[in-house]
Design a protein around this ligand. Structure first.
Ligand code: PEP
Length: 237
């Protein structure tokens, strides 16, 4: 089933999250039309973003690499699961770039997700410099290394998000997106339950053509997911 994940990043309040959920409920009506939706708000907004009718799932944007203990400011995967999350975004490029998260840390976060029963949405993607240097494939292979210790029988979502496309208004072409996802699918060919998302400046206007790219099972959406109308329009594509 296609999966569309709204990454709200550090936006919204409880009131605006509630308003979004009400509007999304009106957009979706009785059902999501055979696609799966998930909202990834900041932790304090999880309750406000929840759908009492269960038409969309909840995701968190990050989890701690440790299970429990004296880690001031951290939120554990078990806490996120207890708060109703089904998914956890792990390794978003903003976490890698701004908070220095690297492969070994991300591998530990994935392990914590598994212990808590959360499905990781593991983000990978090359920077503009890596792309210009012809290092896209090498970068993806290196980033996928964090999955080496993760049992291939577990459900997994991988989001290919070229860093230069995130929040830039310049999405990857359907051709580049398809080529990257086919490569990722080959590397992860032992996986039994794998969904591959694209992320990076997805809008209602470009969603249909990007979704036609080979192996694209949905999107991770930032800016355009802040409006329920445009998030629903993307999912309808
Ligand atoms: C993201 O941050 O995951 C993302 C895809 O952002 P945007 O859609 O705004 O490019």
């Amino acid at each position: 089933m296609k999966l569309f994940v709204a990454n709200w990043k550090m936006h919204k309040t409880r009131a605006s999250a509630r308003a979004f959920a009400e509007e999304l409920g009106r957009e979706v009506g009785g059902g999501t039309g055979g696609v799966e939706l998930a909202l990834a708000p900041s932790y304090p907004l999880l309750d406000a973003a929840r759908d009492p009718q269960g038409r969309w799932a909840l995701a968190c944007q990050n989890v701690a690499a440790e299970a429990e203990g004296a880690y001031t400011g951290e939120v554990s995967a078990a806490m996120a699961a207890d708060a109703g999350c089904a998914y956890a975004i792990v390794g978003h490029s903003e976490r890698r770039r701004l908070f220095g998260e690297d492969g070994p840390v991300l591998a530990r976060k994935i392990a914590r997700c598994r212990e808590a029963g959360l499905v990781p949405i593991y983000c990978i993607g090359e920077t503009a410099e890596e792309r210009d240097a012809g290092l896209t494939a090498t970068t993806l292979v290196r980033q996928l290394d964090a999955l080496v210790g993760d049992a291939p029988s577990r459900p997994l979502v991988v989001a290919y998000e070229p860093v230069w496309a995130i929040g830039s208004g310049r999405s990857a072409s359907a051709e580049d997106c398809g080529a990257a996802l086919v490569h990722v699918a080959e590397i992860l060919s032992d996986r039994r339950d794998l969904r591959l998302l694209y992320g990076g400046s997805v809008t209602p206007e470009n969603a249909r053509s990007l979704l036609a790219a080979p192996r694209t099972d949905g999107f991770l959406i930032g800016g355009a997911s802040l409006s329920a109308t445009s998030f629903a329009a993307i999912a309808r594509a």
